[in-house]
Design a protein around this ligand. Structure first.
Ligand code: 7RM
Length: 652
């Protein structure tokens, strides 16, 4: 590699040689074995998507054009009409599956609800009528601010049924965040709850909603679901109890066929700076994308599988892989309201055992936390029903992947590492578990129908080594824009590389063409001219038996430009040994990547969806005042780290 290459590309340091081909037992019943989906999509990607759309989705009217592409705007299945709620509910009931369980809901305190497809349909028809009675019409926006209760799915599907776009705001967000999002979307109705359960206590939602709507002139009505039982203030004429409205609502609300490009929802992402972006998703392409990926990536057998995704509906993972994908496929799923450590650290495994979960989808941050809690917790439960494991949200370190496969998956379950974004709508890069030979830590290949390329600074394709991950063709689930801000849409996603969508992530290709996600390119460190990804150094740290979790950042350094500072969380029973870990990194990936300093910490700063916030750690390492901390899940974590940084002996 020339010196010049080192300046412009991301170094490729970590070598991972373990391989896991699909087992004969898994292949026997798998929906996709061999390369036929890949071959078909490679020959004609639009034709491939059209085939998925007609096989997997019920349309009221056929489309005339598969894809209309005027960079950066795509339309899919143009001229087609369909209803998302019909596809998620009515068609399963009409096919005779009304008594099938759609949702096994488990409340944090241990209360449960079992909801069949017929029951869910009745609830959605009623609530659709409630929304209509509150003046909601096609094209309106409705805000949803709820805990993880079935009413969240009911509210979303009811909006879809009548053509109103929902905007779900995560229940852990502040009143200010809610107000900003309501105002940007100009929502007419807000659906919230009195409160929900978290860590054994009721957290109040209605007071935060009240505070928000003091400054949201567009909100005309508020619907309040009773869940927490906490006392709330109801404003006459504006606020209505969900159960009271539902008691008198008619359960007849036929699904109205929607245009394929009808706005289905807005979902706000905070991004790195400035005001949140309202990511727009539409109807036909989105539903096709999430139904297809949920079926093939999770190898879904709806007649026998019990699927569980641990995300919150406030995130895109909850939209695509709790609500729309699984319900469109007629799956039976588990939804859990609370935290993984209430009442004890084995709560999730007790739920797996109780419902016989077969497919489990969670985030690396959770997996690393389970590693920290130790192997005894899963060992308390019979989890032999599990047959497939998924990961999403961050790069999964090879050792965390191995632990997941061995300790949760008995060394038998394939692990599908799925790369995608709020903006992509659905999974983009992932193995197909019956077809792909897995490598721990690699998301492997773009799924059939998706075209991705790694490019260098100049936009030239990289066939081996590190660079920027780009998408070269439109795909059905892609965002259709940023609400009210077309310029920002163009600028954020389509300006860095001509004609390509740039996702903001770095990635490398190994000698066999496997993709390895390297984290956000904004986080890439520059050590004496070597561009080193945070992910590779973190993975080297996590490969040491003492380390459960690690975050590294590049901090300003007078001699090397930047120096690597690592924050490490140890596994239970291990002692901090900085020298040992620094040497371990040098041995694993090279002396250049050896951290200059390692801080040991019981927790790392994370966003509310569990992603490590390296920007804050950089602020801490460089002794700056913290910037925007509103997306931080637990602010005390960084305060503690700042204190320690101030106390640390200064390095030469
Ligand atoms: C689904 C979701 C998107 C960002 C994305 C990446 C990171 C997500 C993976 C991943 C490596 C993965 N949507 N990311 N999945 N990085 N491997 N499998 O998380 O909009 O909230 O975040 O998350 O940086 O750009 S998101």
């Amino acid at each position: 590699m020339s010196a010049d290459d080192q300046q412009t590309n991301i170094d490729d340091l970590l070598l991972e040689n373990r391989k896991f081909p699909p087992s004969a037992a898994f292949k026997k019943n798998s929906l996709a074995v061999g390369t036929h989906l890949y071959d078909q999509a490679a020959a004609d990607d639009e034709g491939f998507w059209a085939q998925q759309a007609s096989e997997l989705i019920d349309w009221d009217q056929d489309w005339h054009t598969i894809c209309e592409w005027n960079v950066p705007y795509a339309k899919w299945f143009v001229g087609g009409k369909l209803n998302v709620s019909y596809n998620c509910l009515d068609r399963h009931v009409l096919a005779g599956n009304g008594d099938k369980v759609a949702i096994h809901w488990e409340g944090e305190p241990g209360d449960t609800r079992t909801i069949t497809y017929s029951e869910l349909l009745v609830e959605v028809e009623k609530f659709s009528n409630v929304l209509k009675s509150l003046g909601v019409v096609k094209g309106d926006r409705v805000n949803i601010y709820l805990p993880m209760i079935p009413e969240a799915a009911v509210a979303m599907l009811s909006c879809a049924r009548i053509g109103a776009a929902h905007s779900v705001v995560f229940g852990g967000f502040s009143s200010q965040a809610l107000a900003d999002r309501i105002n940007d979307a100009e929502a007419k109705v807000l659906i919230t709850a009195d409160g929900g359960y978290r860590r054994g206590e009721v957290f109040e939602l209605k007071p935060a909603a009240d505070e928000a709507i003091a400054s949201t002139p567009t909100i005309e009505h508020v619907v309040v679901v009773k869940r927490g039982g906490n006392k709330v203030n109801m404003v006459a004429g504006r606020d209505h109890w969900y159960h009271e409205l539902m008691a008198t609502a008619s359960d007849n609300c036929p699904a109205e066929p929607m245009d394929s490009e009808q706005l289905l929802f807005l979902l706000y992402t905070s991004g790195t700076t400035g005001k949140p972006k309202g990511i727009m998703h539409t109807t036909g392409g989105y539903l096709t994308h999430v139904t297809y990926t949920h079926k093939y990536v999770f190898d879904l057998h709806p007649e026998s599988d019990v699927y569980w995704c641990t995300a919150d509906v406030g995130w895109i993972t909850g939209h695509s892989y709790i609500v729309y994908g699984p319900l469109s496929n007629g799956a039976t799923q588990v939804i859990y309201e609370g935290v993984p450590n209430y009442p004890a650290n084995d709560r999730l495994w007790s739920i797996v055992e109780k419902y016989g979960v077969t497919i489990f989808y969670t985030a690396p941050t959770a997996i690393r936390t389970f590693m920290k809690w130790g192997d005894d917790e899963p060992a308390k439960h019979d989890m032999s029903t599990l047959r497939l494991l998924g990961s999403v949200g961050e790069p999964i370190n090879p050792e965390a992947w191995m632990w997941y496969r061995d300790t949760i998956g008995r060394g038998e379950c394939p692990v599908v590492d799925t790369w995608w974004q709020t903006e992509t709508g659905g999974i983009m890069i992932s193995p197909l578990p019956g077809a792909t030979t897995l490598k721990p830590g690699s998301a492997t290949f773009p799924i059939p129908g998706i075209s991705a390329e790694v490019v260098d600074d100049a936009g030239h394709r990289v066939d081996h080594g590190g660079g920027y991950l780009t998408l070269t063709r439109p795909w059905p689930g892609m965002l259709r824009g940023i609400w009210n801000d077309p310029e920002r849409y163009q600028e954020t996603y389509w300006s860095r590389f001509e004609g390509r969508y740039f996702a903001g992530d770095g990635a490398k290709l190994d000698s066999e063409g496997y993709l390895w996600l390297l984290g956000r390119v904004d986080d890439v460190m520059n050590i004496s001219g070597h561009r080193i990804s945070t992910t590779e150094v973190e993975s080297a740290l996590v490969s040491h038996p003492a380390v459960a979790e690690a975050a590294v950042v590049g901090a300003n350094d007078p001699t090397t430009g930047q120096a690597i500072i690592a924050y490490v969380t140890l596994r239970g029973g291990y002692e901090a040994d900085e020298t040992e870990l620094r040497n371990h990194v040098a041995k694993e990936i090279g002396a250049i990547a050896k951290p200059k300093m390692i801080y040991f910490t019981p927790e790392l700063p994370k966003t509310r969806s569990g992603k490590i916030m390296r920007r804050l750690l950089r602020d801490v390492a460089e002794g700056r005042n913290l910037g925007d901390t509103t997306t931080l899940a637990d602010a005390s974590v960084v305060n503690e780290l700042q204190k320690r940084a101030a106390e640390a002996p200064s390095e030469d």
